[in-house]
Design a protein around this ligand. Sequence first.
Ligand SMILES: *Cc1c(COP(=O)(O)O)cnc(C)c1O
Length: 378
Amino acid sequence: MHEIQRHVLLNPGPATTTDTVKWAQVVPDICPREAEFSGVMRQIGADLLRIAHAPAEEYAAVLFCGSGSLGMDVCLNSLLPEKKRALIICNGVFSERAVEICRAYGLPHLVLELPETEAPTAAALEQMLRAHPDIGLVYTTHQETASGLLNPIRLVGELAHRYGALSVVDTTSTFAMLPLHVLRDHIDFCMSSSQKGLMSTSGLTFIIGRRAAIEASQSYPQRSYYANLYRQYSYFEATGQMHFTPPVQTMYATAQALREYFAEGEAAKWARHTRVFEAIMSGVESLGLRCLLSREQMAGLVAAVLYPQDPRWDFQRVHDYCYARGFTIYAGKTAQPTFRLAAMGAIDTADISAFWRVFREALAELGMLIPGAAADAR
Ligand SMILES: *Cc1c(COP(=O)(O)O)cnc(C)c1O
């Protein structure tokens, strides 16, 4: 096992992985139809349910080969019965993507449209649900990964259930980080993928959802052949195999990532992400920079940092300087120009201290004057 150059990824996934996860992909060739491989997938499914605190009698983990957006697509296209509408809570680019998916399938839907800096209130949501009894599914993005905004999923789920709708939550950028409890949080379906909170390689997407609702969806309109939830679920239940070719090597990496998840522990892992995030935030503050959102609005995983008011600020040049030194920062996706720093992956506070040294060096080197930075950099 030789050493692999370590990169600190501050983009919100794919995240920095451990070398043990990287190396877990190097395995003897295996046909994924073998029982041995089914065992690997069954264990992954059981572990994913444990992370969500989902009882295996009531919930199933359904695995797909694809990136996180596939999980969004599958849930939306598969879980809506005829004559029902989806309600999308929309306050950022990822929930906008959910709206685009509805449009692409011609799914009847409503949008609770909010600014990217605002979470929905119970009153606004309840008004929608009361006015439209045909809402069959309420879709929320747990963390809007562009802004770092935390949406109140427990409140949304409770209201959805009160009005007889399913609660579907995109937990792609919080799963295996922010502790999640599907029963307590009133979640019927949630989803994520291997390369984010799990700190594995990319290619595996999974949906955790209520068995009864998946079974019921058998009679719903089939809007996709490949990306259909019931087809994938029933095939796996019957055979222990994915219907189509799984991402074989990523499965092994993910099995290792899950061992490391449980070895670190839910509380300790969340505490680590939190201290990494606080180290990011204290660097932002000491440079005199500001974030798009207040700390209370954020999930505590992604900081969307407003561009400084300096005509010499050039994100790309700062990015390139940091990238050449092993630190990846990420462009923004918000209406106001921002760049992003994420507290995901196998990193700790020492990495963030090292990053801020390089970032300050970049500003000094490139002649960018930022309030708070100039004095400190000298
Ligand atoms: C990353 C992410 C996705 C999926 O993005 P892919 O590029 O398809 O992996 C979906 N929703 C949220 C909230 C995300 O952060």
